[in-house]
Ligand binder design. Sequence first.
Ligand code: LER
Ligand code: MN
Length: 276
Amino acid sequence: MKLSIVLSTQAAQFQAVAFKGDFEANVAKIAGWGYDGVELAIRDPKLVDAGELQAVVSAKGLVVPAIGTGQAWGEEKLSFTSDDPAVRVAAIERVKSHVPLASRFSAIIIIGLLRGVTPKGQSHQQSMTYLIEALQACCSCAAEQDVRLALEPLNRYETDLVHTVAEGLDLIERIGTDNMGLLLDTFHMNIEEPSIEDSIRICGERIFHFHVADSNRWHPGAGHLDFASILGTLFDTGYQGFISGEFMPFPEADISAERGVTHLRKLQMIEGDQYD
Ligand code: LER
Ligand code: MN
């Protein structure tokens, strides 16, 4: 089982990220707790030195399985579904600008909040059309460098666009490219999916990345989700990617990160080879 945790390369408002701030010190701590990778949350690739990021991460023996883009929505309100064409173009260009970075790390590009929400006066259908057009443009650019994109179904309180695996798979079919898949997040699934395990099975090989948080969005082990069953089902699909911790820094960032990895490694010991 390969474990990573979300790490922001700059200060951000999004709360379910345990670590923000001193990048090098955080990478060292994360490696020390036994994680295998860091998922980087990057608002704008222009603001980071890719070579330096890679040097810091690989010096600690870690990899970058995925790059999150949602801060461009959180901090700048860039969105694929805005009613302003200039904002839609800027959002697409922003994702395209992540492609060389993602290629350098062989990382997946995550599309979460950057899809936006339907603005007042615009129909849901129009938003879905904009979303498909934007993802087709991004996927075609990413395919040139063998980069994959993962759209994350999010719960209803964060967006009106794509809440479930079923909706996500329907969208992927309409996009029609092989490098588009889904990122499943147990926090959102616990709210939206009738059965987390059934939805994982249905998604199968279109699962490109996986986020874990418990039912309360604290670290795994702090709520009532059955991670032995959830991860067992995930590995039964043949999933070989990372399990990435995206949870609240409670009761405190370092404690949450350590408890999260300890809980999942303990399951690995109990469940044995299936998790290797
Ligand atoms: C991002 O991965 C996520 O899960 C969303 O809740 C962001 O708000
Ligand atoms: Mn997530």
